[in-house]
Design a protein around this ligand. Structure first.
Ligand code: ATP
Length: 322
């Protein structure tokens, strides 16, 4: 294993190097991918080839995106992830550092940096194939090695572009010390141990339908209630230009949050920006609906420019609330 500072061996993340670990507002445990983006007139069907624009390479991956989004908003943010010892990995680390994210927890080597192959159509909708690469080698042992960093964070946010066992270990190591936020993407079955730790579980429509299966009715408020029944302490359903819903497991109250009206150019990474902003504001003690209203402004700003991380706003770039 090679550390991002170029030293070899199993050196521990910052929080393990003696003394008190940095107390981050948000620790993101997740993926880092290079986004390889081609714009197309329409996305190809099975067996079809279409011509697209020149290739653009952007730093991405749900974990790396969330970390950059939060740091640009002003949150003290750290990333726990793994990248390859290659040009894509260096691009990702540079983007994290430029945003002000602490990257001592980013491990290097073992496989190529993860890659997302993205096509974007003129309406801004996207299709994505992910090659996990080094993300698949972020292990439960890596989380245990970073235990002090994990426990010291106000909020720990995870997604599913890293092994599920690593997410499970994150919940175990966290042990309720800080708040746990999960965006289960790509969507798949979740153990009860993870579901019950989520506060909130943040899903888009597709993820809600996968988690609920045939039981997902037509109504997003119904999805939120059904998702609560799976065990999370709270749920947030994101609905693109229609905004979001928050659902509180203690009270059962479901609240609708509108999205500011903006002209969407590229929705890549909007959910990551939303989730990072939400997690950070919840960690500051805001009520779920207030935190979601703020996150909706962040998600709206993110869709007005191409790419993911490069599109993420600083506070002065946020649209007014809807
Ligand atoms: P992605 O996978 O593209 O990153 P997602 O499907 O996970 O996104 P969305 O529900 O599309 O998540 O978007 C997350 C949030 O971003 C929404 O809840 C909304 O607040 C904001 N948002 C997304 N698209 C738009 C839009 N066109 N106009 C305004 N706000 C938007």
């Amino acid at each position: 294993m090679t550390r991002t500072d170029g030293t070899a061996g199993a050196a521990a993340p910052a929080g393990e190097r003696g003394g008190a670990p940095d107390a981050f507002d948000l620790l993101v445990v997740g993926s880092a991918n290079a986004d390889l983006v081609v714009r197309v007139e329409r996305r190809p069907g099975a067996g079809e080839t279409v011509l697209g624009s020149d290739l653009a390479v952007h730093p991405g991956g749900k974990g790396a995106n969330q970390a950059v989004a939060a740091a640009r908003l002003g949150a003290r943010t750290a990333l726990l992830a793994r990248v390859g010892d290659d040009a894509h990995g260096r691009l990702l680390l540079q983007a994290q550092r430029a945003a002000g994210v602490a990257v001592d927890g980013v491990l290097t080597g073992g496989a190529p940096t993860g890659v997302a192959l993205i096509t974007v159509d003129p309406s801004g909708d996207n299709s994505i194939v992910v090659s996990p690469g080094a993300n698949a080698l972020l292990t439960p042992g890596d989380i245990r090695s970073a235990a002090r960093l994990v426990r010291a964070a106000r909020v720990v946010s995870a997604q599913l572009e890293i092994p599920l066992a690593t997410v499970v270990e994150t919940v175990r190591v966290l042990g309720g010390a800080g708040r746990f936020v999960l965006n289960p993407s790509p969507a798949g079955p979740l153990p009860a141990e993870v579901l019950t730790a989520c506060d909130p579980l943040v899903v888009n429509e597709h993820e809600a339908r996968v988690l609920l299966g045939d039981g997902a009715g037509p109504d997003p408020a119904g999805w939120a209630r059904s998702l609560l029944a799976l065990g999370p302490r709270s749920v947030v359903v994101t609905l693109g230009a229609a905004g979001a819903l928050t659902a509180d497991g203690r009270t059962g109250v479901v609240e609708r949050v509108a999205a500011p009206r903006v002209s969407a150019v590229d929705t890549t990474g909007a959910g990551d920006a939303f989730t990072a902003a939400l997690a950070w504001r919840l960690g500051r003690g805001e009520e779920p609906a207030a935190a979601a209203r703020y996150a909706a402004r962040v998600g709206a700003a993110a869709v007005t420019r191409p790419g993911a991380q490069e599109a993420y706003p600083v506070p002065a770039q946020l649209p007014p609330p809807a």
